[in-house]
Design a protein around this ligand. Structure first.
Ligand SMILES: Cc1cc2nc3c(=O)[nH]c(=O)nc-3n(C[C@H](O)[C@H](O)[C@H](O)COP(=O)(O)OP(=O)(O)OC[C@H]3O[C@@H](n4cnc5c(N)ncnc54)[C@H](O)[C@@H]3O)c2cc1C
Length: 350
């Protein structure tokens, strides 16, 4: 079976990882199409000139913890977390978060010293998937040979497609997929996402930043969260110091179509008010998270939704569970198991 996974974020990377280790691994040829120039999705890391890093989306991997080990509801996820810890892709968070909203003895926070996108890279590198970046799916048509997936440059036919992209972006796809989506309107009306901006500022190397926290939440109408990137990730600062700011959701929603340069200016001046004494940055980078975190998930979902049986077209992602690595893993695990069962049944029949 030739299977295309659209989206190289947490969900897509875990699907290809799990299928590559499954009983049907030898019967499935996996491809990932990712529209951005690198993988990560909402677990993306920006690299400034000079190599200083900024996690622009997810910050911490927070997991239920019991008797010195992860205790999520999934043994496969627990094992994967142990693997990430063993290979130092994840390490315990040892910094301080000021004004943290909720923390619990039964949970542990982890960070990725090499950038949060190294988690996604780990799963993809430990899979047999062929990855194509800068490859944006624009239209999807079901035909008698399979599913025709088209980019602006050409098309390819697959036996099955898994779409892990945010649901509003699925609705924007062209082709006769739209006809099949009509029967699944509830999936699309259920899901609701927040929007926010992430803005990172890089300062001159060896600049002293005038505070002791690693991250801080603010009750402010522009800025919600600031992290001192190297300190958050627990790495020794040898490069340019970087602060990464998440704007408040109402600000993000209200200014969603604004020019990014204007957003950077607004965030920079508000940051100076909230953290006095900062020098002017030497570089900045802004991401508009139009679909940031899932505010309302798809109701009565088991982690995915099948929009066409044969050839198979499936929707999945954090909208079917909840917005964090655990939620993405849960959606991916359910999807991979469903595909594995389908392929196993087909083998038994033949
Ligand atoms: C600001 C912010 C803070 C967060 N904080 C945390 C946190 O601290 N801890 C945590 O665990 N989680 C956090 N999350 C949530 C977490 O990042 C997401 O739940 C998770 O990354 C979702 O992964 P996904 O693969 O389902 O979706 P995505 O990461 O959105 O992946 C979808 C991918 O599809 C690609 N794509 C879209 N359209 C197309 C197309 N047409 N063709 C090809 N590719 C396409 C996108 O570029 C993207 O890479 C945060 C998210 C944000 C935005």
């Amino acid at each position: 079976m030739k299977l295309l996974v659209v989206g190289g974020g947490a969900t897509g990377s875990v699907i290809v990882h799990l299928l590559s280790k499954s009983n049907v691994a030898s019967r499935v040829a996996l491809s990932i199409w990712e529209k951005a120039r690198g993988v990560g999705g909402r677990m993306s890391t920006h690299r400034f000139e000079g190599d200083a890093l900024a996690d622009m989306g997810a910050q911490y991997i927070t997991v239920p913890w019991n008797s010195n080990k992860p205790s999520t509801g999934s043994s496969i996820f627990n094992e994967s977390l142990q693997e990430l810890l063993y290979s130092n892709i994840l390490v315990p968070f040892n910094g301080s978060i000021e004004n943290e909203v909720s923390s619990s003895e039964l949970q542990r926070n982890f960070v990725a010293p090499g950038g949060i996108n190294t988690i996604v890279k780990h799963f993809i590198n430990n899979s047999k998937a062929q990855i194509s970046v800068n490859t944006k799916l624009v239209s999807l048509d079901v035909c008698k040979e399979g599913v025709k997936c088209s980019t602006d440059d050409g098309s390819e036919i697959f036996d099955g497609v898994v779409l892990t992209i945010p649901l509003p972006q699925v609705s924007a796809l062209q082709g006769d997929l739209r006809t099949y989506l009509k029967a699944h309107e509830k999936v699309f009306s259920d899901a609701e996402y927040s929007s926010r901006y992430a803005v990172a500022f890089a300062y001159k190397q060896s600049t002293h930043l005038p505070f002791t926290w690693s991250s801080k939440y603010f009750q402010d109408d522009v800025i919600r969260y600031v992290s001192y990137e190297a300190r958050k990730r627990g790495v020794v600062e040898t490069l340019a110091p970087v602060l990464m700011i998440h704007t408040a959701v109402p600000f993000g929603m209200h200014h969603l179509e604004d020019d990014k340069q204007e957003i950077i200016k607004t965030v920079q001046s508000r940051l100076l008010m909230l953290v006095p004494g900062l020098p002017p940055p030497v570089d900045s980078y802004c991401v508009r998270w139009r679909y940031s975190q899932v505010r309302r998930q798809v109701c009565s979902s088991n982690g995915y939704s099948i929009v066409h049986q044969n050839p198979m077209v499936v929707l999945t992602g954090d909208a079917f569970t909840y917005s964090n690595l655990e939620g993405s893993f849960k959606a991916a695990e359910a999807t991979a198991r469903m595909i594995e069962e389908k392929l196993t049944k087909e083998t038994t029949k033949t």
